[in-house]
Design a binder for this molecule. Sequence first.
Ligand code: ATP
Length: 289
Amino acid sequence: MIREKAYAKINLGLDVLRRRPDGYHEVKMIMQTVDICDDLTFEKREEPGIGFRIEGSDLPADENNLVYRAAALLMEKRQIREGVSIILQKRIPIAAGMAGGSSDAAAALRGVNMLFEMGYSAEELKEIGVTLGADIPYCIQGGTMLSEGIGEILTPLSEPPACHLVIAKPDIDVSTAFVYGHLQADKLPFHPDIDGMAAALAAGDLKGVTDRMGNVLETVTVKEYPVIDRLKQLMCGLGAENALMSGSGPTVFGICRERETAEKAAAAIKKEEPAASVFVTGFCNNKLL
Ligand code: ATP
């Protein structure tokens, strides 16, 4: 049996450079894995095909799920005749801006590759993964990365200095397609200083990182859902160095120097927004491959 962990990510910075004629957006973002994960197990079975079950969520375990699609893609490529049973234990909030689906798909690519000893390299898995989703190449490896192009050009960065995170996902689901569809990429009011943040990471300068946190997708999601701004204000008011929406939202994270600050902010959010999913956690830079 093979076990894989699928970690959630946040974006410390997210910029969109332009909308390409083919409809994809060219991004420049700093991705960071956090210590919230789904667990996947992979086991061979005699019956051909893919058996798939999800625990901890009522997300349908059908052939639209990215785990199923990733496993099917690799097995078709290698004409695998045996079958596989996959169990996904879901913990990452869904439609949250934390790349839960992409990370599960990446874990499925890693898991199936290993289970059937297919021998694909990380680079090959990334090339296959990008055909299923732009964030999947990053999720195959995880860590702290600059992500450019549509998400397929990855450059490892220094991991951030030790700190603590409060993460809150309000009780609303946000569609990534809606947010990118409504983004006015040529009229953005600001561009976060991604290069400056990469330099601050290299220098181990936490303030240099938190001072440069910015996400251009907030221009769409915050307008639609004011709760995001309320969460940011709450976190900053309770001592977070800074707070930002992750990805296309609605998840908000705050970076705190002390664990106690993150815990106090989490308690306050649970009172103000009782339906939100709230976590106190940290970054996670384990090598996945
Ligand atoms: P991103 O940050 O990459 O935009 P997200 O956190 O906003 O991702 P996901 O949780 O990955 O969003 O899911 C978005 C949609 O993808 C879900 O509404 C669901 O229908 C579909 N989906 C397919 N497979 C999965 C999976 N394994 N886990 C979660 N969602 C999945």
